[in-house]
Design a protein around this ligand. Sequence first.
Ligand code: FES
Length: 110
Amino acid sequence: MQWIEAGCLEDIPILGARVMRTAQGDIALFRTANNEVFALNDKCPHRNGPLSQGIVHGNRVTCPLHNWVIELVTGSAVAPDEGRTACYPVKVEQGVVSISLRPDELQKSA
Ligand code: FES
């Protein structure tokens, strides 16, 4: 797997997100209260709302447009809503965040 550096963990606000611009579009890097980082396409599966501007709670983010709740681990909308946005593998080593631009296996098997 090829990793791309995405900046420092400290640059991502806790319970917030930072946007990384890539050839595949904007990717939102979310940081939870536990300092876990997740990378999702910055597009809500509903109507492409900017998930990076949503509120993180637990391992979920609420879309700022119509309040759909999206699982950060899988990119899936929480029922009763349906849909999924691409998510990407993330690793944090010594405070440096890296992502892989290939959508993960969960996404492929969807
Ligand atoms: S665009 Fe995200 S809930 Fe509608």
